[in-house]
Ligand binder design. Sequence first.
Ligand code: BG6
Length: 499
Amino acid sequence: MAQNEKPTALIMIFGATGDLAKRKLFPSLFRLYEKNKLGDFAVIGVARRSLSNEEFHASVSQSIHNETSDQEKIKEFSSKFYYHSHDVTDSDSYASLNKIAEELDNHYQLNGNRIFYLAMAPEFFGTIAEHLKIDGLTDTNGFKRLVIEKPFGHDLESAKKLNKQIRTAFSEDEIYRIDHYLGKEMVQNIEVIRFANALFEPLWNNRFISNIQVTSSETLGVEERGRYYEKSGALRDMVQNHMLQMVSLLAMEPPISLTTDEIRSEKVRVFRALRPIKGSEVKDYFVRGQYDKGLMNEKEVPAYREEDMVNPESNTETFVAGKLMIDNFRWAGVPFYIRTGKRMEAKTTKIVVEFKDIPMDLYNRQEGSVNPNLLVIHIQPEEGITLYLNAKKTGQYMNSTPVKLSYANKGIDGLNTPEAYEKLLYDCLRGDATNFTHWDEVALSWSFVDNISEVWENEKEQNFPNYESGSMGPKAADDLLEKEGHFWWPVTNLDVEKC
Ligand code: BG6
């Protein structure tokens, strides 16, 4: 689809009374609408409870009230929303949904284009996809696309089963598996920073890079998601998807072109080169943590084991640190350290690329060694890049001191970058699947993660809880790097704004 062409479609949101729809999907659609990026469209909100169209409009209006003060615009936008009370296992319910869909298609001239967005409990994904086919909803003249939220399965086996079910109704290129990190502006920027700069790409390999560190830390605890999280843990919740996706973008070869297929196939090659970590090796490469109580913003917060819906003797990890090795020509010998957790010191996602030391330090013989060059990619909350170089320390003598070159992404036009969901929805409407995960990526990342969870599930961690809320995780995560002569760069001090 051409860049300025406006997409037309009927969007069916399953789970329309849920949190994701209200917090992310309605506001994102509204922003696209306000920016005049949408052609003709209508939305059917699908959920179990019974609601009138008017009640649904009120809920949509409520969820976008922070976006504008223009009440007319809100009314105009909400009027395109319709509600269908639905039973996901009942064919009659799908038949009446199809009837509404056909009417709206005629009324709004939507060319039979349909998007089915599953923003609900994953146990129903497969059933819904199968019914969409059996009950005729996918039988349309326009395009049909399935957007599916994570988790995509619980392990490789369950992911395969789910994939088989949805493939009965949709082909691989009609399936848009969301990883919202791929919609983040600075995650998308990794590729441009790497491939549009003569400065970086020649150095982007094991001859010049010492190690790469990817940290995604959160201050929130498990909140009201205890039931889900108990079965998931940080490894499945964050590593299998977001963390590995960022690693693949950092490590992939330059694609031949920017098409979806070319980019995905380069990412898949990274997953294929990822060294599998199994059995007794797991403890040498991975560290797990679970938060204890502690002080956050001077307020006492409970330990994970005291949270709602959490087993008081839970063995679930809320923190993971790991060393990934990518066994290919470019990366042999370079560790990719990843770390993610809840109830940590700061909410931040950062990538630190640490370059190797220069062969000899001419300038700091008296004062210790010269700092390595670092490229820091700030994903969130601030967005930008910082390059740490060394320059002459002002004064009489020839000593060096670290200096920073910074670029804050918001600096250019002062606007917030679009939210991940806004971009991803727009991509899907336009048929661009580049920033969604292909089945091959899902399968390979599950098989990597399954080896680790198998060990962790069988060997209870005796030291849980092992990090205080408000800290940067357990000490073992520091030891993981120290034993190789590395250390975690203190990401909380690397803000672009502070430069
Ligand atoms: C989700 C996880 O995928 O990502 C959550 O399920 C986590 O547990 C969230 O909090 C983090 O996303 P972000 O965009 O806030 O970093």
